[in-house]
Design a protein around this ligand. Structure first.
Ligand code: GUN
Length: 286
């Protein structure tokens, strides 16, 4: 039986409706949740992502402030902007779109975002809090993936979960979140030996490698839940995931599409984090 498709757009609409309701409740109290989005340079994919985030803010009633800086912006100039946004009480969330131009130290910029405004969940304090299971802003992509897995009704506890990719923004936090939900977690990467065999053992398989069609049908256990984080522009000009969708859909029980899967969920989780940030910073609780 072919896999059921996890509809990221529909699930994202639900999450955004929750965020919109929470935002409206804050506005009743005179608090206007506001996200500052910073984009440095003209990377076409980043421009698309930022447009999507700003449009989601509008849908949820969240104010957004876009700061577009040229690719020649110095690290000092970017840090100065982050400093101003950090000090501005009307701004509740700060998102600096990654990747940054090569001459800027990404971690230095992330470190400059105050943890309470770090709605991406990338700052060292939020990363540490997440690993300790303490209240924090969860990074949006792994949080969205988790919500998609939960939406299938699959019990995570005791399952074999395999995460392919070990980036700071997806693979590592995804592994921690699955571990926190009592999965047995294996993280694979470019130096992993016997990758196909490890993947074949996965009840839950998360692909976040950034290579089109990397996960092939033979790598997937029948009945698995497969989450595809990849967004790759193919030679055909279209977006493709890290998973060979047609082949894997024949074996998996559930699979996320690209586009229309993880992408919309990532943005929806950002809306949730932003409203939560506004509530916390203004003492409106949450
Ligand atoms: N680049 C790719 N994904 C993300 C994300 O979730 N947040 C930011 N800031 N940049 C990204």
């Amino acid at each position: 039986m072919p896999a059921q498709i996890i509809d990221g757009k529909a699930l994202a609409a639900q999450v955004k409706a929750e965020a919109a309701a929470a935002c409206a409740a804050l506005k009743q109290k005179g608090i206007a949740p506001c996200l500052a989005v910073v984009l440095v340079g003209e990377d076409p994919a980043s421009q698309v992502y930022v447009r999507g985030k700003v449009s989601d803010c509008a849908q949820c009633g969240i104010e957004s402030r876009e700061h577009r800086l040229p690719a020649t912006t110095t690290q000092a100039q970017l840090l100065a902007l982050v400093g101003r946004l950090s000090q501005d009480p009307a701004v509740h969330g700060i998102l600096v779109q990654l990747p940054l131009p090569a001459h800027i130290d990404e971690q230095a910029v992330i470190n400059a975002i105050p943890p309470e405004k770090d709605v991406d969940g990338f700052s060292p304090l939020n990363v540490g809090r997440m690993q300790l299971g303490q209240p924090c802003y969860l990074p949006c992509t792994p949080a969205g993936c988790l919500r998609m897995i939960e939406s299938t009704g699959t019990a995570i506890a005791g399952k074999n979960a395999v995460v392919v990719g070990r980036s700071n923004i997806v693979g590592k936090p995804m592994a921690h979140l699955l571990l926190a939900h009592d999965a047995t977690v294996t993280v694979c990467h470019s130096k992993t030996r016997g990758l196909a065999g490890i993947c074949q053992n996965a009840d839950i398989l998360v692909a976040a490698v950034g290579r089109q069609g990397f996960v092939t049908g033979d790598m997937v256990k029948p009945g698995a839940v497969v989450i595809d984080v990849g967004i790759n522009r193919g030679p055909d000009g279209k977006l493709h995931g890290d998973v060979d969708f047609a082949a894997v859909a024949e074996k998996a029980a559930f699979i996320t599409p690209v586009p229309g899967g993880v992408g919309p969920m990532t943005r929806a989780m950002l809306m949730q984090n932003t409203v939560a940030a506004a509530a916390r910073q203004t003492g409106a609780g949450h």
